[in-house]
Design a protein around this ligand. Structure first.
Ligand code: ZN
Length: 141
């Protein structure tokens, strides 16, 4: 899973030097050179290298979209397998962090690695399918 970059600090109507843009996004100038090779449009090929804010936002959004992994309901993303995985039966636990949200943790069914995900308390039961989920009244209907 690729890192997500903040685009909020970038102004669409501004032109940035690579140094300024790198500082705003929070990456090195080397990363910007790589992004340019990956398709980030620069205003010119001569120094100082300039990038339009709108082009940068566009590039980062496209990049993020391309890196999204579709997952089914109740699946976790395993960092070790780098793929969506089901949790091992009986391994899922829910610990509340607030009244409405909490953290689910379990073990990957494939590699046995740790899985974790934040979720709303109301949807935590989606992950407990086949697990020690509390029986719900409508389950047999
Ligand atoms: Zn795994």
């Amino acid at each position: 899973m690729a890192r997500r970059f903040q685009t909020r600090g970038i102004s669409k109507d501004r032109v940035y030097t690579i140094k300024m843009a790198a500082r705003t996004v929070g990456v090195s100038e080397q990363t910007f050179r790589q992004w340019h090779k990956d398709g980030l449009h620069l205003i010119s090929d001569k120094r100082p290298y300039l990038v339009r804010g709108a082009d940068l936002i566009d590039f980062l959004k496209k990049r993020e979209k391309a890196n999204k992994v579709p997952m089914c309901k109740g699946q976790f993303f395993c960092m070790a397998c780098k793929a969506p995985r089901d949790a091992r039966k009986g391994s899922i636990t829910y610990s509340a962090t607030t009244a409405l949200t909490g953290r689910l943790s379990g073990l990957c069914a494939v590699c046995g690695g740790k899985l974790g995900q934040f979720c709303r308390a109301a949807s935590s039961s989606d992950f407990m399918i086949g697990d020690a989920a509390p029986p719900s009244a409508g389950a047999q209907a």
